[in-house]
Design a protein around this ligand. Sequence first.
Ligand code: BTN
Length: 254
Amino acid sequence: MKNIKFGEPLIHLTSVDSTNDYATQLLNKEMVKEGTVILADHQLKGKGQGGNQWTSEPGSNLLFSAIFRPDFLRADKQYYLSMCVANAIADFLSDFSENIAIKWPNDILIDGRKIAGILIENTIMGEFLLTTVAGIGLNVNQDSFPAGIPDAVSLKMITGKQYHLLKLLNQLLEKLSHSVNLLCENRIGIIRTTYLNYLYGLNEWRHFGDSRGDFEGRITDVADSGELLVLKRNGEIAGYGFREISFYMNSGRL
Ligand code: BTN
């Protein structure tokens, strides 16, 4: 059975377009060791989900991508990787603060404000995964965010403390290794339970929006496929993919 240790080796770059793209180029070029992490002080073209940009003050935050070869994982179960990465960040942040939540699919929130984002890019061979690049942006020492990024927050803004980025990275990579090794051991039950325990809005009646308009619903579960399952007031359970549902948060519709 695999025992992955993320961060061995660690490639530390001062500046790069995107650590995810760098990792993908490396995978295309050579036999990259599983567990390799690419860390950057600054990204010129940081990528967010759904074609968005990920912007970050140079030198203030953690921006990295971890390389993994989950060749045992069926492509239709690839969402478990997202769960593992989100769980690792949530567990890591729980050592610093209360009120940590995972907003489906995988934004990490503290007190309802976004502190970290995840961008996972997989390659697939037949029915199984071949390679995974798990990109993580975690706001650490940034003091404020541009008006265009509503409700972003950093660890420093929450705790009032300045952090040593490499020390934090090592702690986070330990959580990531532990969490991903659970998947290697096929311990799906504990991965799901942890994810659902952190899931923002689970079992609470809330306002949502979908292509048919606004409605009241209650998140009941997340399917193996990654679809968010929402019970509506009329008793129907609807499954949603990425970008098919929006949440009403304090800051408005997200
Ligand atoms: C999101 O919430 O939209 C996902 C953001 C992911 C950002 C990280 S930063 C390191 C890695 N490299 C990238 O270009 N993106 C991810």
